[in-house]
Design a protein around this ligand. Structure first.
Ligand code: SF4
Length: 201
């Protein structure tokens, strides 16, 4: 019989199951913190996530289709959220001069104000991480990067802009190297969301 990681007998026998349950508790913390931030601004959690994403990413990534992939949602769901952001005057359209049917989203000054404040919603998760040793942080980062990479490979989560999926990344004899930065990357320097990321083909 196959046991669930949420079955306490199994969970207490397997470290993998306890990690799964621990990750579930952390995802719950994200959900609660994001929900609190959303309520303060009378927006939904995904609308807050869209504002934060636009605040920190280049214009070509701020399109409805890209956002749908980024947040693993349908285009229709993202479009509905974006309509509310337009109605509240938090985003504007930036039309592509080479293709007038296509547009990107940028933030209005009010949108920027909300995005800037909201981008700190996860601070209470970052603070206890800061108290870990450098070695603990490196091990945690590496484990999480490998987990994200595997979830990406199995199609559970879509877009990733991490070193492991980048054409500039090389692993040689256990040494991580970025061809673009022409530099070795320490384990603790591997990126989760890199502005220079180029998808492997
Ligand atoms: S370009 Fe960015 S994502 Fe790609 S290998 Fe270099 S640091 Fe990593």
């Amino acid at each position: 019989m196959k046991y669930s990681p949420f079955n306490l007998n199994e969970q207490n026998q397997k470290v993998e199951s306890r990690i799964v349950v621990a990750l579930e508790r952390i995802s719950e913390a994200f959900r609660v913190l994001l929900w609190t931030e959303s309520k303060e601004n009378s927006l939904s959690p995904i609308q807050i996530q869209i504002l934060i994403f636009i605040y920190f990413h280049s214009l070509e990534k701020c399109k409805v289709g890209y956002l749908a992939d980024e947040f693993n949602m349908t285009k229709a769901t993202i479009s509905d959220s974006v309509k509310v952001l337009f109605a509240k005057d938090l985003v504007t359209k930036e039309t592509d001069p080479t293709d007038t049917r296509s547009y990107s989203l940028s933030l209005t000054s009010e949108g920027k104000k909300i995005a800037k404040k909201a981008s700190f919603f996860a601070s209470s998760i970052e603070q206890p991480i800061e108290k870990l040793t450098e070695e603990q942080k490196t091990i945690m980062l590496n484990g999480l990067l490998k987990l994200i990479n595997n979830l990406n490979k199995s199609g559970i989560i879509t877009i990733q802009r991490m070193c492991f999926t980048c054409s500039n990344y090389q692993l040689d004899n256990g040494i991580h190297y970025c061809k673009l930065l022409k530099s070795r990357l320490a384990e603790s320097e591997l990126r989760v969301d890199c502005p220079e990321h180029e998808l492997q083909v």
